[in-house]
Design a protein around this ligand. Sequence first.
Ligand SMILES: N[C@@H](CCC[C@H](N)C(=O)O)C(=O)O
Length: 257
Amino acid sequence: MSIEFFKYQGTGNDFVLIDNRLENFNKKNTKLVAAMCDRKFGIGADGLLLLENHPEADFNMVYYNSDGNLSSMCGNGGRCITHFAMYLGVIKKDATFEAVDGMHHATILNDKISLGMNDVEKVSVFEEYVFLNTGSPHHVQLVSNLDEFNVFSEGRRIRNEVYGRAGANVNFVEQVSDNTFKVRTYERGVEDETLSCGTGVGAVAIAMFETGKTVSQSVCLETPGGTLEVQFQKEGGSYKNIKLIGPAVQVFKGVWE
Ligand SMILES: N[C@@H](CCC[C@H](N)C(=O)O)C(=O)O
């Protein structure tokens, strides 16, 4: 059966998007998802997203990593699927949708999309790094000379040695100014460095605030794929009203035969 797909990127984190409102896509076909995401033999992407009907919200979001497995929340994917919902005429400027970690609200602001993320209640600060879950699990570690840093080998080592089979995403960070940080991320499920990770930059912004590296609740994150902004409010011990703001672009569409 041929499948119409749309290719998106959000600060270089790229995805295959499929309109599955008619439920034609075989959601258990891990091999098909991995084949579509394959960069040599397929379309090429860090992940695949299905847009589906939802009984109360505007739509439901299903996210697979490029290894073909369903995974936790994808922030850049959440911004891309919001643009896709507007393209399909499912929403106008505002969206409420359900993802694996619960309900999200997103707003289209000209060329950017602002995505509301779930509150973060727990931030674990260790001597060398910070661990927190922003919808997906993230290790955040400051390094010097990030441009020269071997993100692939060190990220893969930490992902496996520290977090075992379940793994975590590993973000390496360098401070640029009071509220600006450069970030490079090794993503589990892609098992490689990606050009940007939305839940990752959210984790970095919160970790930098929690450890006093910034006092700003609006943080600029420079990734190899572009710049994102993360806004939040700290109330008591929790981080609330977290927003991930940045571009989401439809690159091309095609048919998978
Ligand atoms: N690229 C994503 C994160 C996707 C999930 C991650 N690979 C995982 O399995 O934890 C983002 O933009 O948040």
